[in-house]
Design a binder for this molecule. Structure first.
Ligand SMILES: Nc1ncnc2c1ncn2[C@@H]1O[C@H](COP(=O)(O)OP(=O)(O)OP(=O)(O)O)[C@@H](O)[C@H]1O
Length: 686
């Protein structure tokens, strides 16, 4: 903690800034209620500013950096906050937005050499840092001041950690939070990566991948104000519950209106109601409710149909269909009036490249119609008999140009992979029920044939991307003019590897090397050192380049493994839960069971014991916090203050289930306990 004088000075400065903020707030006045559209737009902007100022009024800034730019006579104290605030009369910045170029110094400077550089819009700026200070302000009152670097100090690393540890030691509720005040250097580099990259992040459990990706969106919106728009960005996450969990971060960062959805929902909308998806709980049950071998996973339809090889076959079929769109015979609407096939083909090739195939078809047919009208001339065209004969010929010609729905195309060209629904009636009107692995195929075909009604995306975030196939990514790539994506995940948590990837290369290969960037995050911020070391052991037996997570040194209670010793699982679990509740301080507790069935059983047993918990299922929309029973495979991406794994038996977690158990263990922030009946899973006995 800093000295009293320093605290006094900071308190005074805080009061000055707060006074400014309050006077600016007071000047905004009530909402405009008239009908003038221009006034309404201006008022919307005013209201946005008001919201930002209200956030600033509670916590105007969290950091201070004293920086003397080369050539300047004295250092300037830069205060960094969630959004910038200027002095109304002088227009000088009182608070600098965390996303501004100069703020990068606050995150990247960790002591050592005080001579630093940052990249401003005008080019590199050099200078000297003389102070880096963390300030904790809550509800407008200054609560902590910690200097992580002062002039002449050798290294500030240890002190910087103190502030971070304070944050990490807090208990968490049911929503992910922003981390602007404690973004770490390696995370900051990712957040500030230039826009036009397909950015891949491999990060261990709890390294802040999801959090960082969301901060990156806020950064891009700030830094590329003229080029990107929130309504042309999209976040893809595995399920509704996960989306609900992360939904608080962007509003906290002052960013709204970004579409947050799942790949399946997005693709189904694209296909316009012609396709429905088989229930995801069926798929999950198929892979998680029983033991599965590696061979089964490798040969799964998901791996095959999502592969680049399959994508190449798909491309080939689509290219061929495009080339053979125009039939061999000529178009002749009237005797003596003939347009040769070569001419028609030449017209087709004049249509803008990259346009969806069916759009080109439509344009071509319109051109033929115009040609026919002109060639026939006004006199003949107004003759009803001639006109209807010619139009009939034109229609007959149009029929020869294939027009298929995505499902029809798929079934026609890949009959061994996909069949249309059986029964009477036009297949166009019948809904196709697609397996998850067929959905990206249908979406890809649809985009090449028909395109999409929505605008292209400026930026796409894909969370849990280790579960994506190359084809899925190729589908999304079609929805961007230039690649600008944040693709994040952890191969070590690849529990859906019956459909996902084994190496990031599988996805990165879709882009030119110059379009990609790759980062690794190895430090885990979520869990205590004890929990991380325990989880690392679970993975230790796995083949391949497993990278253990590095803990931020935050020590807690040891991980416990306890035998049931004759008690029922429900009994033993209830006892632990009572004890944890008695200790207090845990806002979220999860009981993670191996299967959905075991979760239901546990939920019922706890109820018998008088303990009410929520039960999470595959179709759930939101996760409410408190005490929850969850099948372990659905817990991915979430986190809980304390985690109990009540069935850590050898029979439940065999050698093939290391990733699953790893996911389970790494959900815990502060406390982790495993129960077993006779034999503890050998995954944790090293
Ligand atoms: N720099 C930081 N300062 C404070 N907290 C952080 C920081 N980085 C990450 N955290 C916290 O660590 C936890 C894990 O973050 P997050 O869920 O984004 O990680 P993840 O890599 O996506 O995890 P997983 O792969 O396990 O889903 C969150 O509680 C987050 O707030």
């Amino acid at each position: 903690m800093a000295s009293d004088i320093v605290v006094q000075e900071e308190r005074q400065r805080l009061n000055e800034v707060l006074a400014q903020i309050r006077s600016q707030l007071a000047a905004i006045g009530p909402r405009y209620t008239g009908n003038d559209v221009a006034e309404q737009v201006i008022d919307d902007l005013r209201q946005e500013r008001k919201k930002r100022l209200e956030v600033s009024e509670r916590e105007p800034y969290f950091g201070r950096l004293d920086f003397q730019e080369d050539g300047h006579p004295a250092p300037a104290a830069l205060y960094i906050g969630k959004s910038g605030v200027n002095d109304e009369s002088t227009q000088k910045p009182l608070v600098i937005d965390w996303r501004a170029p100069v703020s990068s110094l606050f995150y990247s400077f960790s002591g050592g050499n005080p001579a630093v550089e940052y990249i401003s819009p005008e080019g590199p700026i050099q200078g000297i840092v003389s102070l880096k200070r963390n300030l904790l302000v809550r509800q407008g009152s200054l609560q902590r001041v910690v200097d992580s670097y002062t002039e002449g100090q050798e290294s500030g690393e240890a002190v910087a950690d103190e502030f971070l540890l304070h944050r990490l030691g807090e208990s968490k509720d049911n929503k992910l939070r922003d981390i602007v005040s404690t973004i770490q250097q390696e995370q900051d580099a990712i957040i500030r990566t230039e826009k036009n990259k397909a950015l891949f992040i491999q990060g261990v459990a709890g390294s802040g991948k999801t959090t960082v990706a969301l901060h990156r969106l806020a950064y891009l919106l700030y830094q590329y104000q003229d080029k990107v728009r929130a309504d042309r960005m999209m976040i893809l996450a595995p399920n509704r519950m996960f989306l609900d969990y992360i939904s608080g971060v962007l509003p906290e960062l002052g960013v709204g209106d970004i579409r947050q959805t799942t790949f399946a929902e997005w693709a189904l909308e694209l296909l316009g109601g012609s396709v429905a998806l088989r229930s995801s709980s069926d798929t999950l049950a198929r892979w998680f409710e029983r033991k599965v071998t590696e061979e089964e996973k490798e040969e799964s339809a998901g791996r095959r149909k999502g592969s680049r090889r399959f994508l190449a076959r798909l491309e080939e079929a689509l290219d061929l269909a495009e080339r053979h769109l125009v039939p061999e015979e000529p178009f002749s609407p009237e005797p003596g009036l003939v347009l040769r096939a070569e001419q028609i083909r030449a017209w087709l090739s004049e249509e803008p490249a990259g346009e969806p195939i069916m759009k080109r078809r439509e344009r071509l047919l319109n051109r033929l119609k115009r040609w026919m009208e002109i060639q026939l001339g006004k006199a003949r065209w107004s003759d009803k008999t001639i006109r209807s004969r010619a139009t009939a010929k034109w229609k007959a010609y149009a029929e020869k140009l294939p027009s298929l729905s995505a499902a029809e195309f798929y079934a026609k060209h890949f009959p061994e992979e996909f069949a249309l629904p059986k029964g009477k009636g036009s297949s166009k009107r019948k809904r196709t029920i697609a397996a998850p692995e067929d959905l990206p195929v249908l979406a890809y075909i649809h985009l090449r044939l028909y395109g999409a009604d929505e605008a292209m995306y400026d930026h796409i975030v894909i969370d849990e991307a280790q579960d994506y196939s190359p084809l899925q990514l190729a589908v999304l790539k079609l929805r961007q003019r230039a690649p600008s994506m944040t693709v994040l995940g952890d191969l070590q948590q690849g529990i859906h590897d019956y459909a996902g990837i084994r190496r990031w290369q599988e996805l990165m290969e879709l882009f030119a090397q110059s379009q990609t960037a790759y980062y690794e995050l190895d430090r885990s911020y979520r869990s205590t050192t004890e929990i991380i070391e325990f989880a690392n052991k679970v993975l230790a037996g796995m083949d391949g380049g497993v990278k253990p997570a590095q803990p931020v040194f935050r020590s807690g209670d040891p991980v416990e493994t306890v035998a049931l010793a004759g008690r029922s699982r429900g009994d033993a679990a209830a006892e632990t839960l009572r004890q944890w509740r008695g200790e207090g301080g845990f806002a979220t507790i999860a009981v993670l069971c191996r299967t959905a069935e075991a979760s239901e059983r546990m939920h019922a047993e706890l109820r018998e014991q008088g303990i009410e918990a929520d039960l999470l299922t595959a179709d759930l929309q939101a996760y409410g916090g408190g005490l929850t029973v969850v099948p372990v495979y659905l817990s991915k991406g979430l986190e809980f203050d304390a985690v109990l794994i009540p069935d850590a038996d050898e029979s439940a977690y065999g050698p093939a289930d290391a990733k699953l158990l790893y996911v389970g263990c790494t959900r815990a922030l502060h406390r982790l306990k495993l129960l077993y009946e006779d034999r503890l899973t050998s995954l944790v006995v090293v």
